[in-house]
Design a protein around this ligand. Structure first.
Ligand code: NAD
Length: 471
């Protein structure tokens, strides 16, 4: 069953009429439209306009900024189905399941949460002799650069705290998914004054210019660790503030008391939400040798029951990979693992002649802990399951990489799980789930997964200049 189209002309408003990048549906190859591409002069004009608008926006009473964020959330909800359908067509994720409608819903929820976080000065000394408080001021123009996997939600993670704090934002979406972000920004802008939020589209070159721009005070970047390292260098010339949400390769450790059948579905979604194209998805699963067979069988059963296909088909809960390059990375790593003697329990083959960048859910066992499918970020629908004999060894493997975004522990005994969690090097450790985020819960990476925090009051402070006033 295919979804009805809800068309209020949003797509027609945002597409370029004279050239630009052709954007195709990754499930069918169908042309969706052309995205405008910014020149360097366009970028300069956008930053200048955002800079000019910032003082008035910062001077707007906080209650009004907060109300504007709620009004933007209302607008997102009013356009929810149209946004979800465009997101599904451009990114590939289905409407149903934890996918396009879920992502649009999260955009509204994060706007509202950021509208409501308390934004008050913090009194740090008041002992009768000394008084000191920390106030939080906006930084100026925030440059936001995002990836293609959760393009709308991650844009809101960047722009909502920035706007609430009184900054203006120039946002550069991934050139794989610009239309989703342009549509979202168009809807949000119905609730904001002019030039407070400005999109600029283009590839890495435009992104780099934004990171070097002297009138940009802060870069919020979500993307790969390699690009993050380039941005850290570029943005350091002007001592920009930076929040870096970078790559991950999340480990999960199953303990010997876990019930494979009971955890299989949560393990599945922890690994394969968005067809595995999620920074904080389960990417390597360490399982006690004695439980390995049962865990593998339970996961295969769940995996083979999940429908994958075109996103607008209401029956599907898994979509294609977003682009050919990503499918090639996953296919190459799985092929190499197979050649090295690993067992492919399900998946592992795709039809290169069929339309769309589909690649099946792939479960791999009998694999060495240092196989590239285990230690490299494959960012797709493959999960290596590694047998362990000794829990200390599993923890050492989990901590052995340069990245540390998320991790998880699976056990019937909460205290045992907490003890293992305390030993894991990651920004977040989930127990008996993986990847769930909440606007009240700070999110960020350890090691080369980045620095800085998003969400909550911590996320507001990240886009603010602390100012101590004391007497
Ligand atoms: P990417 O690094 O290739 O691109 C991200 C963005 O950076 C794009 O908009 C791109 O145009 C831009 N860019 C590229 N070169 C640039 C440069 N030199 N200067 C400025 N901007 C530049 O990442 P991707 O392939 O779009 O996304 C997948 C990656 O993102 C994965 O590694 C994933 O783990 C990571 N990710 C991390 C988080 C997190 O919260 N930590 C969330 C989602 C995705």
């Amino acid at each position: 069953m295919t979804a009805d189209t809800t068309d209020t002309g949003l797509l027609a408003r945002i597409v370029a009429r004279d050239g630009g990048d052709a954007i195709h549906d990754p499930a069918t190859g169908e042309l969706i439209g052309h995205a405008p591409t910014a020149s360097e002069a366009d970028l300069d004009a956008a930053v200048a306009a955002a800079k000019a608008a910032q003082q008035d926006w910062a001077a707007t009473p906080d209650a009004e900024r907060s109300a504007a964020l709620h009004a933007a959330a209302d607008a997102i909800e009013a356009h929810a189905e149209e946004l979800a359908q465009l997101l599904s067509r451009e990114q590939g994720k289905p409407l149903n399941g934890p996918n396009a409608r879920f992502e649009v819903g999260a955009c509204a929820a994060w706007m509202r949460a950021n509208a409501d976080f308390p934004l008050e000065p913090e009194v740090v000394i008041d002992d009768g002799e000394t008084y000191a408080e920390v106030r939080y001021r906006p930084l100026g123009v925030v440059g936001a650069i995002g990836p293609w996997n959760w393009p709308m939600m991650i844009s809101v993670w960047q722009l909502a705290p920035s706007l609430r704090m009184g900054n203006t934002v120039v946002i550069k979406p991934s050139s794989y998914t610009p239309l989703s972000v342009l549509a979202l920004v168009d809807v949000i802008n119905s609730a904001l004054p002019a030039d407070v939020l400005i999109p600029v589209c283009g590839g890495g070159g435009i992104g780099e210019k934004l990171t070097r721009h002297p009138d940009v005070a802060k870069i919020m970047f979500t993307g790969s660790t390699a690009t993050g390292k380039a941005i850290i260098k570029a943005a350091s010339d002007t001592v920009k503030r930076m929040t870096m949400e970078l790559g991950g390769n999340d480990a999960g450790i199953v303990l010997d008391d876990a019930d494979p059948a009971a955890i299989a579905e949560d393990l599945f979604w922890g690994a394969f939400i968005n067809t595995g194209q999620t920074c904080a998805a389960l990417k390597r699963l360490y399982v006690p040798r004695a439980l390995c067979r049962e865990v593998c069988d339970a996961l295969v059963k769940v995996a083979e029951a999940m429908p994958m296909g075109v996103g607008l088909d209401e029956d599907n809960v898994l979509g294609p990979l977003q682009n050919a390059a990503q499918r090639d990375i996953v296919a190459g790593l799985v092929d190499d693992a197979r050649k090295s003697g690993a067992t492919i329990l399900t998946g592992g083959e795709y039809d290169a002649e069929a339309p769309g960048y589909f690649y099946p859910i792939t479960l791999v066992s009998d694999i060495d802990p240092d196989n590239p499918l285990v230690v490299e970020e494959q960012f797709g629908p493959a999960l290596p399951i590694i047998a362990y004999d000794d829990l200390d060894q599993a923890i050492e493997w989990a901590n052995s990489l340069d990245v540390g975004l998320g991790s998880s522990v699976w056990s019937a005994d909460r205290q045992k799980a907490l003890d293992v969690a305390a030993r894991l090097e990651a920004g977040t450790t989930w127990i008996n789930k993986h990847g769930a985020v909440d606007p009240r819960m700070p999110f960020g990476g350890a090691k080369e997964s980045g620095f800085g925090l998003e969400f909550g009051v911590a996320g507001l402070k990240e886009v603010a200049q602390p100012h101590v006033v004391t007497y």
